[in-house]
Design a protein around this ligand. Structure first.
Ligand SMILES: Cc1cc2nc3c(=O)[nH]c(=O)nc-3n(C[C@H](O)[C@H](O)[C@H](O)COP(=O)(O)OP(=O)(O)OC[C@H]3O[C@@H](n4cnc5c(N)ncnc54)[C@H](O)[C@@H]3O)c2cc1C
Length: 535
């Protein structure tokens, strides 16, 4: 079942209480919460040809890949996030557990497993690093307490300006103790063992900044999120949007795809609607942007309402790293190929910061094309092995996603060209990058050699084309200490205009989902949030 109506074929019917720009997890959640708790009629407008934002999946003959969902934590039985997902989808979304070893980390040739369950994780790490027992215990305790401290920080995001000015410092303080420091600073107080630090921060690809640049708050949130193991939506990533959409539609809401919003309409200082790319105006009292903070402030607001203060703050935070993803398809089953749901994090060595800094200073991809310098991180995920319905939906086939950070600048020369028609030189660069990424993949999965039936590389230009992120960034705003100092709230300075999604709290499907719940709370009060979190 496809989600949404096409704006190319149909127009929204009647009046809406709210318009949501973007159908990512944040936008769908805000829309569903308003629909479910307050019976609001919400119109969701999505520029892509499919709904779900980074939770969408795409197909090629015989194959299907997810884009931005490889695992989600805390959604197993009794997990802290199971309740809100059940609430949002009326229980329509099921989850399949990844294997007990949900992440396998390689530092060069040395492999380390992340095992589900806090106690087992601690035991496993202690077995790798004798003599570091106290540091490991202390690390896990710190991660848990920093993650817990995010609750009141999030509440501040829902407050109106005045209340936030009065209460904000108090609400933000517990998390700021952790958020204002880098992950490396915090870990260096626990141990000087660089290999251990590298292993404990090996999920940094989940938030896009290496240890000396990332805020410890995001590190702790992600690490705590997965301690109980990883889960995958049954039916694939697109099952998420498929199960939230009916909740929006039952309250009279509509979701439109191919619906590109050009501008937010402001009248008498208030957001009153949106202007579409075809110049049609659609109006509602509440406008919610899930298009990302940078897009909202720098591209969707009319220049007459630009807010230089916010734009400067966003520039100080900066956008997260861009990436390439190699989508592979094989005419074999996962069991024939020996593939499981365990994610692989492949690093050349333990120097995450040095390797990442080098990438960020390379003006072109050339340094990585001869195969002598390794990419700072290659992440491999196995969607077909994770989804129990895959075997029936795509018998005899398997898929693999291989992601590597990359700079937008490497591809900027082609930014004015059209998708699929960017020219032979662009295709040649993609072919060389594909070869390099395959080298890394085959080194760990030699059984795939000679079995690849389909391979397609997405670049930051692909992400820009489909999701609208200007530099094809992975996770919206960067998760640096500076981001946590920026006082962003769901309610903007413009009455009637709200922000939602990953830029409000944190990246991740659940971070964006939580952003959606906070936005609904800022608009209509805490009832939805309370109902969603109640078991
Ligand atoms: C490669 C990759 C892997 C990831 N892996 C994981 C993972 O394993 N687990 C996890 O929890 N998270 C993962 N994430 C992160 C997670 O997917 C995102 O943080 C989250 O889905 C973001 O949701 P969002 O609602 O904020 O925004 P998005 O999903 O980005 O949605 C925003 C939507 O707004 C639309 N839009 C933008 N501008 C306009 C406009 N002008 N008009 C109309 N529509 C517009 C876009 O097309 C897009 O659909 C991954 C992300 C990526 C990129």
């Amino acid at each position: 079942m496809d989600v949404g109506l096409s704006y190319k074929q149909k127009r929204p019917d009647g009046a809406f209480d709210a318009i949501v720009i973007g159908s990512g997890m944040g936008g769908l959640t805000a829309a569903a919460a308003l629909a479910k708790q307050w019976k609001k009629r919400v119109l969701v407008l999505e520029r892509h040809y499919t709904a779900g934002g980074f939770t969408h999946a795409f197909t090629r003959p015989g194959y299907e890949w997810d884009v931005g969902v490889h695992y989600i934590g805390q959604v197993g039985p009794g997990g802290a996030l199971r309740a809100p997902y059940d609430w949002l989808t009326d229980g329509a979304l099921d989850w399949a557990k990844l294997p007990d070893v949900y992440d396998r980390v390689y530092l060069g040739d040395r492999a380390y497993d992340y095992v589900s369950g806090t106690k087992r994780f601690i035991q496993q790490m202690k077995s790798y690093f004798p003599g570091e027992e106290a540091a490991i215990e202390k690390y896990v305790a710190l991660v848990k307490s920093a993650a817990r401290s995010g609750t009141t920080f999030a509440v501040d995001r829902t407050l109106p300006k005045l209340a936030s000015r009065l209460l904000g410092p108090l609400l933000r303080a517990p998390q700021m103790r952790y958020a204002s420091r880098t992950t490396r600073e915090v870990l260096m107080e626990l141990t000087r063992n660089e290999e251990l630090i590298a292993v404990l921060t090996a999920q940094f690809g989940d938030y896009g900044l290496p240890p000396s640049k990332s805020s410890f708050a995001i590190h702790a949130m992600v690490a705590a999120h997965y301690l109980g193991g990883g889960y995958f939506p049954v039916g694939g990533a697109s099952a998420i949007a498929r199960s939230v959409a009916p909740v929006i539609e039952r309250a009279g809401g509509q979701i439109f795809i191919n619906a590109d919003v050009k501008e937010i309409i402001i009248e008498d200082g208030r957001a009153v609607g949106v202007r579409m790319a075809d110049e049609r105006e659609l109006r509602a009292k509440i406008i919610i942007s899930d298009a990302g903070a940078v897009n909202t402030y720098e591209r969707l607001l009319p220049r007459s309402h630009e807010d230089k203060g916010v734009e400067r703050a966003l520039a100080r935070v900066g956008s997260s790293v861009s990436y390439v993803c190699l989508y592979l398809g094989m005419k074999h089953t996962d069991s024939e190929l020996g593939l499981t749901g365990t994610n692989m994090w492949i690093y050349p060595d333990h120097d995450h910061d040095g390797n990442f800094a080098r990438l960020m200073s390379e003006p072109s991809a050339d340094a990585y094309l001869d195969g002598k310098t390794q990419l700072p991180l290659v992440y491999i995920s196995f969607p077909s092995a994770k989804d129990p319905t895959w075997k029936d939906r795509h018998p005899g086939r398997a898929t693999v996603d291989v992601i590597a950070p990359a700079r937008y600048e490497w591809f900027a020369a082609w930014e004015k060209t059209r998708w699929k028609k960017r020219g032979a030189d662009y295709d040649a660069l993609k072919a060389k990058l594909t070869e390099r990424i395959l080298d890394v993949t085959f080194a760990k999965l030699p059984q795939l050699r000679g079995k690849i039936d389909f391979a397609e590389l997405s670049t930051p230009l692909t992400t820009k084309h489909f999701a609208g992120y200007e530099k094809g960034e992975l996770y919206g705003l960067d998760h640096s200490p500076e981001r946590y100092r920026m006082k962003m709230r769901a309610e903007t300075e413009i009455p009637g205009l709200y922000l939602t999604g990953q830029d409000l709290v944190s990246c991740g499907v659940s971070g964006a989902m939580f952003g959606g719940l906070l936005t609904a709370t800022a608009i209509a009060g805490p009832r939805a949030l309370i109902a969603a979190m109640r078991r």
